[in-house]
Design a protein around this ligand. Structure first.
Ligand code: 4AD
Ligand code: MG
Length: 432
C-alpha cells in the first residue's frame, strides 16, 4: 500500500493509501462518527471515522485514540463537500503504534515557563510547527541567494582562541594543556581570511554570547550567517544586505502562506517592507531622537526603546551607519572623512523587531588595526594571524552578520526569540 504525506493527499483522492502520524485532537460527531485531527509534519488533515463504513471493531480502535497517540491510518482522501481545495481522510482501518497517556499540554493557557520546560513536546503545536517551517525557509533563502550571487560556503570554527565581539560575552571552555578556548561569537574574522582565497564567502552556524541580559531578543546560543566579500565597500555592503533581506521576505511570503496564516502574521506589513530601505547616519538618528525628547548623547548606543522609535514611522528597515568608533568593534574601518567614525551599519527591522544585521567595512591598514587592537587592551600576539591579512595582499573588504532568530522573529511576528529556535538557550535556561 502506498504511504502518502498529508501535504500530498490531494493527488490521491479516491485511492486507498496509508498516512502515518499523530493525533492532534479528536471530537465526537455522534455515536457512529468521530473526527480525528491528524498531523504528520508535512501537514494536518481531518480524518473521519464512520462506524457503518469501517465496521464496529475498527471504530472501537479509533475510540481508544488520545491526544498525541501515534498511529497509521488506512483509507481514502476525499474532497471536502463544501470547502474547495480542502481534503479530508476517510478512515477504513488503523494500526495503533502508541497510545499516549494524558498529554501535559492542554487547551488551557499555559505560562511561558511551563511551556519552555515542555519544549520537547511544545514543538508539536500548530504555532511552533509554523514558526519552525518559516525558520527553515529563511535559512535556505539566505543560502540560495548567496550561492546564486557567487558566494562560497566557508565554515568557520566554533572553538576559537580569541574574541571577535568584545570579551564581556565570551564563553570560556578548558582546552587541554593550552589553557582556555572560547566559543565563537561570530565567524567574521575567519571569513576575512577566507575571502583572500575565495573572494566571497559565508558561514552559517551557531554562535555563543554570554549575554547577561534577559530580553525578548537575546539568546546565549543563536545562529548567525556571516558574509564577507573582497573589494566590497561600505555602501555596497548595505546594498547587498538590502537585496538579500528583500529576497528572504519574498521567499517567505511565497512559500509559507499557510504558516503565516496559522501565526496570524499581518502579511501586508511584510509586503510593505519589500521597498528601498532607509539609510540614516548615527548622528542623524541621535538628532531625531533628541527632537522626540529622548535624553541621549552623540556617543551613545541604542537600546530596544530607541530602536522602536527609529522605525516607528517606517514600513521598511532602517540602516544606521557611520558610528562613533568608541561604541563599535575594533575591526571596523575608520571613515576617511571623519576619523572619529567607523563605516559600520546596523539594520533595524520595523515593527519593533530591532537589530537584525550588524555589518561594516573592515579596517585594512596594518598599523591602524594594530593600534585599535592595542587600544582595546587585547594582546596583538593573539591577533597576529588577523593582522597578517593586512600584510599579505590587503584589499578593501566588508561583510555583515544576520542573526537568524531575529530575522525569523520579524518574518513570523513572534515577539519572543525563544519561540523561533528549537531549543532556546538563555541566561536562566538550558533545559531541555
Ligand atoms: O551585531 P553583531 O554583534 O555583529 C557581529 O557579530 C559581526 N561580527 C557580524 C559580521 O560582521 N560578520 O551580531 C550580528 C547579529 C545582530 O545584528 C543580531 O541580529 C544578532 O546577530 N545577535 C543576536 N541574536 C540573538 N541573541 C543574541 N544575544 C544576539 N547578539 C547578536
Ligand atoms: Mg550589533
Amino acid at each position: 500500500m502506498k504511504i502518502v504525506e498529508i501535504k500530498n493527499l490531494k493527488h490521491f483522492v479516491g485511492e486507498e493509501i496509508k498516512i502515518r502520524g499523530w493525533v492532534r485532537n479528536y471530537r465526537k460527531g455522534s455515536s457512529k462518527l468521530r473526527f480525528v485531527i491528524f498531523r504528520d509534519g508535512s501537514g494536518v488533515v481531518q480524518a473521519i471515522a464512520f462506524k457503518p463504513e469501517m465496521g464496529e471493531e475498527n471504530f472501537e480502535k479509533v475510540k481508544k485514540l488520545t491526544i498525541e497517540s501515534s498511529v497509521e491510518l488506512i483509507g481514502q482522501p476525499s474532497e471536502h463537500p463544501h470547502k474547495k481545495g480542502v481534503y479530508d481522510f476517510q478512515i477504513k482501518d488503523l494500526n495503533i503504534i502508541n497510545i499516549a497517556p494524558e498529554y501535559p499540554i492542554g487547551k488551557k493557557e499555559h505560562g511561558a515557563d511551563f511551556l519552555l520546560s515542555q519544549r520537547h513536546l511544545w514543538l508539536r503545536s500548530a504555532t511552533q510547527n509554523a514558526a519552525l517551517k518559516i525558520r527553515h525557509t529563511v535559512y535556505f533563502a539566505i543560502c540560495e541567494y548567496l550561492n546564486k550571487d557567487g558566494f562560497y560556503r566557508f565554515d568557520s570554527p566554533i572553538l576559537t582562541p580569541n574574541a571577535s565581539e568584545g570579551t564581556t560575552t565570551l564563553f570560556e571552555v578548558p582546552y587541554f594543556d593550552m589553557g582556555s578556548a572560547f566559543l565563537s561569537q561570530s565567524g567574521q574574522l575567519y571569513l576575512e581570511a577566507g575571502i583572500m582565497s575565495l573572494g566571497k564567502v559565508y558561514d552559517f552556524g551557531p554562535v555563543f554570547r554570554a549575554e547577561k541580559s534577559k530580553t525578548r531578543k537575546h539568546l546565549t546560543e543563536f545562529w548567525m550567517m556571516d558574509a564577507e566579500a573582497a573589494f566590497m565597500e561600505h555602501s555596497e555592503n548595505m546594498d547587498l544586505q538590502e537585496k538579500l533581506i528583500r529576497y528572504v521576505i519574498n521567499t517567505v511570503i511565497e512559500r509559507n502562506s499557510a504558516e503565516l496564516e496559522v501565526l496570524e502574521r499581518d502579511v501586508e506589513k511584510l509586503k510593505k517592507a519589500d521597498a528601498p530601505f532607509k539609510r540614516m547616519t548615527h548622528r542623524e538618528v541621535i538628532d531625531m531622537l533628541k527632537e522626540k525628547g529622548v535624553d541621549i548623547g552623540y556617543n551613545d548606543d541604542f537600546g530596544a526603546p530607541e530602536e522602536e522609535m527609529i522605525t516607528a514611522d517606517s514600513d521598511v528597515p532602517v540602516f544606521i551607519e557611520k558610528w562613533p568608533k568608541e561604541i563599535k568593534s575594533f575591526y571596523m574601518k575608520r571613515d576617511a572623512k571623519n576619523p572619529d567614525l567607523v563605516l559600520g551599519s546596523d539594520l533595524i527591522a520595523p515593527e519593533g523587531f530591532g537589530e537584525i544585521i550588524g555589518g561594516s567595512q573592515r579596517e585594512d591598514d596594518y598599523e591602524i588595526l594594530l593600534k585599535r587592537i592595542e587600544a582595546e587592551g587585547y594582546d596583538p600576539k593573539d591577533y597576529q594571524w588577523f593582522l597578517d591579512l593586512r600584510k599579505y595582499g590587503s584589499v578593501p573588504h566588508s561583510g555583515f552578520g544576520i542573526g537568524l532568530e531575529r530575522l525569523v522573529q520579524w518574518m513570523t511576528g513572534i515577539r519572543h526569540i525563544r519561540e523561533v529556535i528549537p531549543f532556546p538557550r538563555m541566561i536562566n535556561r538550558i533545559n531541555p
